[in-house]
Design a protein around this ligand. Sequence first.
Ligand SMILES: [Zn+2]
Length: 257
Amino acid sequence: MAENEPGQPPVSDDGTAPSYDLPAPASALAIGAHPDDVEFGCGGVLAKWAAAGCVIHHLVCTDGSKGTWDVNADLPSLIAQRRREQREAARRLGGERAGEVRFLDRVDGELDSDLATRSEVARVIRELRPEIVLGHDPWKRYRLHPDHRHAGFLACDGIVAARDPHFFPEHELQHHRPSMLLLWEADAPDHVEDVSAVVDRKLDALEAHESQFESTMKAVDDDELEAFRARVRQRLADLGRPHGLAAAEVFKLVDRL
Ligand SMILES: [Zn+2]
């Protein structure tokens, strides 16, 4: 589920100059709380990088089992559907450069950034060895959903554990230091990625999450689906406009890892 779908503030409210358009890395790992969070948060930049040869990996922390308004939903089949949808979304974003889609399978709504879960995230980082990691900004003010907070802390804390050789030696894996971390839904965004050429690909990937049409996208018929597309396009356009871009995704860039 996506929090704050509309209305992210433009970059550089504080007057500092943002950075723009990183070179496409060799590999990237996006860590989301729920199936669909990665597509909302950074689907554009992942699609852009994949087209430039970057392998894109997903790590989804929860099983998405709260993602329905149907009180009689068959939850095991919802969980299975959401895994299929996430794999399809990753394929749509990455094409031939789609990498792995990993699931931590925590219960939706009950994610914790405890030591055991941090170890699992660090293990995935050490196994996949991404050049750039992307995740939720855990310091986003007034963020209500606990899974988004915890997933953000897991991305940050997982990097620290993955990069330092004496954390979790039981992994018996080489430590790995990513070069950068990009946080979406950022409290203080300072980095802009031009996604003008990949808006349709981001939408296509979002629409792989068919189980979320009713609850998250408010799109139960063709007209409402078109309205959802228009909202996403508008938001990306609003983020790009202060920077002279037709569409943008914005992030907090952390490059001292
Ligand atoms: Zn979510």
